[in-house]
Ligand binder design. Sequence first.
Ligand SMILES: O=C(O)[C@H](O)[C@@H](O)[C@H](O)[C@H](O)COP(=O)(O)O
Length: 248
Amino acid sequence: MSRIVRTATLLVVPTKEEIALCLTNELQNRSIEHVALSGGSLPSLLQMKPEWQWHIYLADERCVPSTRPDSNLGALFAANCLQHIPPDHIHGINEELLEDPHACAQDYQQLLQQHLFLQQRGLDLAVLGFGEDGHTCSLFPHHSLLHSPNHVAAILDSPKPPPHRITLTLKALAETQHVIFVGAGSAKAPVLRQVFEQQVQWEETDSESISVRRATVQMRDPAPFPCGAVTAQQSVTWIVDAEAAAQL
Ligand SMILES: O=C(O)[C@H](O)[C@@H](O)[C@H](O)[C@H](O)COP(=O)(O)O
């Protein structure tokens, strides 16, 4: 049986502070309209430009009101990521359905369907974090949601609180044009060591505005963690700081 070869681009910057700059450079001049963003540390690593008038969706969301600090939409607002986005381009979950995560997930899938999937297109971009246990979005290791045939699914037993959430699935990400993972800090290093195959061969880089180490990496197969199982239509890129890359 033929094996699916999955490669990604790895970009390593010296410190956490440079991740936002590197991410901005990566996003500059790309044709992007529909974007999913996750929560966690991502909002603090993202500097949105006023000219990016994208449609914003949530890669995952906790079933809490967006006024609460643990809401991912709330965190994106609090970090000023959405200040230039027209309100009708910001697509949060239906907060009337917070008590019923399954209905909430179904409702969000319908929203995505209206905007994208009915036109037979996926998202242009998903910018995602990854956890120390290798989860991404709210897709946790060994969880049955990893095999969901839907684009959006509900989780009622998230190991990372709060337990009730909705999430894009691996299927929805696989239909996305570009996926970019971002992460910083030594706690992420063991995950990075395990998701890539063997030794990373660093490539020569032209002088850039920031110092970036670049490599084309092959993803380990089978993937040891949900974040390593993510595929996309055109590209998967990992932007991390030197601490996260220390074990490569
Ligand atoms: O709702 C969430 O918890 C996030 O969307 C989640 O998927 C996050 O991106 C990862 O847990 C990484 O979080 P950190 O970047 O904070 O480690």
